[in-house]
Design a protein around this ligand. Structure first.
Ligand code: LM5
Length: 448
């Protein structure tokens, strides 16, 4: 290993109570809300198919013109209590809120910039209202924070001169001040999820990313920080030059997931995926017909897929400029919530089971209980299960339902019966297992 000053601050998974809570929460929601919600993907009468929160870039809008949108920021239908109830009903245990996206507009009244809610017709501290409402419902709040800030004259994409050095140093101090402001004003925040850290300017300042992680952890003991913040001495991101994960969990799975057979390496560390409902829209876009919109079942499968590999999943919502949600998002929250209310025990507090994935779906595990989450029912009406050596299945029960038959068919192989009446929707079978490490071996390997 090479010696690093700004590499991983710790080896292996964090096992303290705050990290266990982060991990056991498993299901979160993203709220992407900013000035970009107002144009919703349309500029000067032209509709842009790219991500709505990047419209400023797609339509090549100068920062001062873009920030004039602040004059229209007045979400009259914003009801933080209703938002929190919707999240509670969906069964999310935490919500990640965009405090400031790349556009530089702050949802809190920051005293380090004039581009904040305080300078809009709405005036009030919208971030504070959200934090209180979610916390009052027992939902943890995580802060999304974009280091990249298109509104700030001192931001630099790269450092190519003394002038760049001096300007970017001012920018990093500005960013430190905003982060300290957030940690001071909202001390119940549990996590900082950094974005907009891919530019060369940040990679050349790995020291600063290590300083930010340390600063936040000193101010808020137990707080978690994502790997996307971090660059090491050599500009390596997420994993340092010795291959060790930086931050507390990997945050590279954005709109994609690790393969349940080929990418089992991710089970060695904590990770959190995030996903959009359309193909690539985080902020509100007027026209969702421009790309495929995932059904609630497709969203649910991604949630289970992540948990089955020891990860968290954050499902994105892009609130309308008026402060209400579009119907597709309300319906999604409702559908996921209905499923979670019956089957959530296979998600919350669960982890990778360590069993070979089968065609019918995914395993999750909590202690000695293994859950089969069935998305594809087989024509054979038998769910094939292969257990690791020395593990036997002793019982199988449909969650909130009846016991189903289990037949041993070969060494460490079983047929678990489908429930009598196919539930017609993804369902969960809870297995009781026995770890018989020194069982008499009654099977003989074939001589070949
Ligand atoms: C969580 C998402 N991250 C932002 C994003 O698009 N990142 C990927 C990206 C990185 C570099 C150029 C374009 C897009 C999106 O705007 C969301 O905030």
């Amino acid at each position: 290993e090479i010696s690093l000053k700004y590499g991983a601050g710790r080896l292996g998974k964090r096992q303290d109570a705050d990290m266990k809570r982060f991990r056991d929460n498993r299901l979160g929601a993203f709220i992407h809300w900013g000035l970009y919600a107002i144009p919703g993907g349309e500029w000067n009468g032209e509709m842009y198919g790219g991500a709505a929160e990047w419209l400023k870039a797609w339509a090549k809008v100068p920062a001062d013109e873009w920030l004039k949108l602040m004059e229209q920021w007045n979400p009259t239908r914003f009801n933080p209590k209703a938002w929190a109830k919707m999240a509670k009903k969906m069964g999310v245990k935490y919500v990640k809120i965009t405090t400031k996206h790349h556009e530089g507009f702050c949802l809190w009244p920051s005293k380090y910039t004039q581009y904040t809610v305080a300078q809009t017709p709405y005036k009030k501290d919208i971030l504070g209202e959200m934090v209180k409402a979610y916390n009052d419902e027992g939902i943890d709040v995580h802060f999304y924070f974009s280091v990249l800030d298109w509104s700030h004259p001192d931001y630099r994409y790269d450092i190519k001169s003394e002038e760049d050095e001096i300007a970017f140093a001012r920018f990093l101090e500005f960013t430190d001040n905003q982060l300290k402001e957030l940690a001071t004003r909202y001390p119940t925040v549990k996590d900082f999820w950094f974005d907009g850290t891919w530019d060369a300017s940040i990679k050349k300042n790995g020291w600063w990313t290590a300083h930010v992680e340390q600063m936040l952890k000193e101010m808020l003991p137990g707080v978690t920080v994502n790997s996307r913040l971090r660059a090491d001495d050599y500009g390596k991101r997420h994993f340092d030059s010795n291959g060790h994960l930086m931050g507390d969990y990997e945050s590279a799975y954005e709109r994609r997931l690790p393969d349940p057979v080929k990418d089992l390496k991710v089970t060695r560390w904590d990770w959190e995926a995030c996903m959009t409902v359309p193909e690539n829209q985080w902020g509100y876009h007027k026209d969702w017909s421009l790309s495929y919109v995932k059904t609630p079942l497709e969203v649910l499968e991604r949630i289970v897929h992540a948990v089955s590999m020891g990860g968290n999943m954050v499902v994105n919502f892009g609130p309308q400029p008026d402060g209400d949600f579009r119907s597709e998002e309300k319906e999604l929250a409702d559908a996921v919530g209905r499923w979670m209310s019956v089957n959530g025990e296979c998600i919350y507090g669960c982890d990778y089971a360590g069993w070979d994935k089968q065609a019918w779906g995914y395993y999750t595990r909590k202690g000695k209980e293994v859950y089969m989450v069935v998305f594809n029912s087989p024509y054979s009406r038998h769910l094939v299960v292969k257990t690791p050596k020395d593990v036997k299945i002793t019982k199988a029960v449909v969650l909130n339902g009846k016991e189903v038959g289990v037949k041993e068919t070969a060494r460490n192989e079983y047929n678990v019966d489908m429930p009598a009446k196919d539930p017609g929707a993804p369902f969960v079978i809870k297995l009781q297992i026995e770890d018989n490490t020194n069982a008499a071996d009654k099977y003989r390997e074939a001589l070949t």
